[in-house]
Design a protein around this ligand. Structure first.
Ligand code: GUN
Length: 282
């Protein structure tokens, strides 16, 4: 019998903790502020940015949205980031990805001051994550860790297989699992015989971006299955990277999509904004 890893409940718990701390700061007259930049009209990005804004409202933080035209130049975006870097009233800066093709994402990410990079994407923050000396956590991977911690799922010595090697999820996920003393394998599109790895996994984290990619025959009995994917089917229905209906019968714990990792990402973003605020107002 499997148990659901309920990201809605756990994210509400994490956000409530942030809200309580922010309320104490508000008594002294200031609250953390997050600047969220979105360029263009990607529908999914609009939904994510809307959810981030709602989370700021819920936790009592200030959010400042910059919705820029699709044709915004790289120079204009860099100029905005430069202005926000120097603005003492702004504690966190987040530029929603993906950006339009004419803008170099790496350049934009690295233009954000590391102390305001609440996504944890910049080279400085990525380096700190691998050194195990970070203040700002990578949001989605840390959301996964917080979810597993809430359900007291042990990681030390466990075989953890991360499927996907993106800079946003796969790579930092592997770093955080390693920090928890797991034995970590990163699999990707060139991995030969993927199932031979996943079948030995105590914990599988799927971050591939392909609907129903992880099937029941790839999962061992009792495995913990974490699905970071969000894919939209032609029917309009959202589904993860894991064939939930069949895999759940083998899993001990499994995340749903939606309602699993997505809300956790945003909860960690709120935590990071509070951490950034505190570091800037010591
Ligand atoms: N696009 C998809 N996920 C993310 C995220 O966590 N942060 C940003 N900035 N963009 C994203």
């Amino acid at each position: 019998m499997y148990q659901i890893l309920d990201g809605k409940t756990v994210s509400a718990y994490v956000k409530q903790q942030v809200k309580d701390e922010v309320a104490l700061l508000a008594e002294n007259g200031s609250v953390p502020a997050l600047a969220v930049i979105i360029v263009g009209n990607d529908p999914a990005s609009k939904v994510y940015v809307g959810n981030k804004k709602k989370a700021c409202e819920m936790t009592g933080m200030k959010s400042i949205e910059y919705a820029l035209d699709e044709n915004t130049s790289e120079e204009e975006l860099l100029a905005l980031i430069d202005k926000l870097n120097g603005d003492k009233e702004v504690n966190g800066i987040l530029c929603q990805l993906p950006l339009p093709k004419h803008i170099n994402e790496d350049k934009i990410i690295d233009a954000i001051a590391p102390e305001k990079d609440v996504d944890g994407f910049s080279a400085v923050n990525v380096g700190k994550i691998w050194l195990g000396k970070y203040e700002i956590s990578p949001c989605t991977p840390m959301g996964v860790i917080e979810l597993l911690d809430y359900y007291k799922i042990p990681l030390e010595g466990k075989n953890c297989v991360v499927v996907g090697r993106s800079n946003i999820v796969g790579k930092p996920m592997a770093a955080l699992l390693l920090e928890r003393n797991a034995t970590v394998t990163i699999c990707h599109s060139r991995t030969k015989d993927l199932a031979s790895f996943t079948k030995n996994a105590d914990v599988i984290v799927a971050a591939v971006g392909r609907a129903n990619f992880i099937t029941a025959d790839m999962v061992k009995d009792g495995a913990v299955v974490v699905d970071v994917g969000i894919n939209r089917l032609e029917s309009g229905k959202l589904c993860g990277d894991v064939d939930f209906e069949n895999v759940k019968e083998k899993a001990s714990f499994i995340t749903p999509v939606p309602g699993g990792c997505g809300p956790m990402t945003i909860a960690v973003l709120m935590k990071n904004t509070l951490v950034a605020y505190k570091a800037q107002n010591k």
